[in-house]
Structure formats: C-alpha cells, structure tokens
Ligand binder design. Sequence first.
Ligand SMILES: *Cc1c(COP(=O)(O)O)cnc(C)c1O
Length: 367
Amino acid sequence: MKQILVTRSSMPDYEEYCEEIKKLWDSHWLTNMGVEHEMLQQELERFLGCPHVVLYTNGHLALENVIAAMQFPEGAEVITTPFTFVSTTHAIVRNGLTPVFCDVNPEDYTIDADKIESLITDKTAAIVPVHVYGNMCDVEKIAAIAKKYNLKVIYDAAHAFAVKYKGISSANFGDASMFSFHATKVFNTIEGGAVCFPNDALVGTLNDMKNFGIRGPESCVFVGGNAKMNEFQAAMGVCNLRHLDREIGKRKLVMEQYWSHLDGVPGIRLCKPQRDVTPNYAYFPVVFDGFGATRDEIFERLEKHGITARKYFYPLTNSFECYADLPTAGKEKTPVAAFLADRVLTLPIYADLALEDVDRICEIVLS
Ligand SMILES: *Cc1c(COP(=O)(O)O)cnc(C)c1O
C-alpha cells in the first residue's frame, strides 16, 4: 500500500546539493559562520526584505534566545496562545516567564486580538503570537496594543516563511520574528531557524547567545550557549531557496484540488484565504463540526488507507502533563482553541503530492 505522510521535505537535486557542498571539502570549514552561513544569511535578508537575520541550528533555540535577549524580569507574564506546537510555550517557560493563554479566533485560528487587553496585568512584558498554519495574526491590532501598554511583540512565525501581509514579508512585524527551517516546514535547512528583526543592537546579543559569548580567541563577554547553524544546513537552505517559488506554486495546486472537493461540504470547515495576505500553503487544516464522522474516526480511516494526517494542534499546549502545575494552564480558559483542537485535522500537503492522491484522500474523507 502506498504510504502518504502529512508532509514530505522539499529537497534540491542531489547534484545541486553536492555542487554546493563541494567547497567544504576544499576548505574543511564545516561550521562557525562559514561561507554558506554568510551567503544564506544575506540571501534571506534580501528575500525577506528584513534589516537583520540571525541564523540558528533550529527554530526553537532561535525563539528561546530572542525571548532571553529581551531581558524581561523573572516571572514576568507573556501573552500567547495554546493552539501551537509545544515549542512556543516551552520557549517562554524555559526563560523563567509565565505564559498567559489567550484564546484564538474562530476564523484563522491565530490569537484573538480582541481578547488580549483583558489579560494584561502589571506583570505583562510581552506578547508571543503565532502565525499558525501560515495564517497572519492581526498584526495591526497587536501593534496598537503593544504600543499602548509598552509591550514587546515576538512572533512565532515558524509556519509563515514567505508569507506576506500587504506585500510586506511576515519577518517584518513586531520587535522580532522567529522562523523554523525544520525539514517539515515550507522552507528547510534540514534543521534550522532564524530570528528576524529591525533593531541593530540585537545582532550582537543574539550572536553572543548562539556562540558561547565568544568575541575573539581571547575574549568571552557573555555566558552564551551554542546554537549555530552549520555549513551543511546553510548549503541546503541556499539550494532550497532557489526553488522556493516553484515549490510554493505546486503547494497552491494541491490546496486548490482540496478546495474543489471539500469546499461547501456540510460539516466541513476550511480556512478561508486571508484578505491582503500572500499565502505559503504550509498546512491544510480541516475542521469537522457536525460532519457524518468525528475527527478521530476520519484520522483512523485515513490511517487504514496508509494516509497519515495530523491532529495539529491537539492537545493544546495548556493541557499537556508538563504544565499541569501551571496556574495559568487549562483548556477551559481557551474555549475556541479547545473546540478546534478536538475537531481539526491537517491533511497531507507538500509540493510533490500528486493531485490524484488528493482526490483519493478526499474520497476517503467524504465516504
Ligand atoms: C516547528 C515549530 C517550532 C520549532 O521549530 P524547530 O525548528 O523544530 O525547532 C516552533 N513553533 C512552531 C509553531 C513550529 O511549528
């Protein structure tokens, strides 16, 4: 039986990658901000139209470091959503901060900006919203709230690489944005990530944080960790970036094929295209609400046919065991997110998914 997973990593031709890494056999320079790292950083700054990009070995450490770089007081509160990958919440908690969970809106599943203000206390230091599924948060409303209450905004943009709002890349909102370049994301460097931001002063801080605080052979100015992107990762990124437009174009066709089968079916809710947003077709979430079968039944049926969908995002991060003792946890505090988590399934989507396979997946769902 043909197996179809929820995603499949984009890769350049084997020969293209070999050509890119050939120079590493000449230089024997494998990591520590080598030529591929510098090239990828510059190309991303250009591609994203962003003043600064700092590369990381993965997206999680990028998020953890940029939150740390803001130097919030111990125990400060950070408003975020539970409808995300655990990494978002972990990055807040691992910095000694308290996540305060805001509900999501029922249209695009991003943070409900109208509910943020009621959660602000004198301890609130920041908002960490998530452009979930590549859907853009209400960046304008969030910016206005942040300004009014003097809060930092750090976007988890792990899903939103190459997404634009009114022609501006998702990298350019808030104080900083984090991208993940994990193998499962729209653009990958095998594992990898980046922080994007406008503030010149943050460049040195993040570079210290990702490389032990070492400034020279005899100088260590900061107690940093190690989160550098290596040359093989960066080379994969340089190659994948060349083909990104084509890959996103192919994802678009897959998305359109799904819509042609599932749009308007009673009991099935799809994420509508957002106004003024150029999408990246990263995920295809379907909400089953009053459909002839439950989300779990459809998940099982697809599994029987060799098709792996994912219950993204179930459970919510505010109901994981590791947060049982957190006073702000509890899915009852975020009812819209809890409703979605019980009913959503992300169906397979990737550039090379055959349209006939989409037909077959939809046939199984609809049967
Ligand atoms: C993938 C992901 C991360 C973490 O990125 P890694 O590169 O896997 O460390 C963080 N947040 C969200 C929403 C993600 O999907």
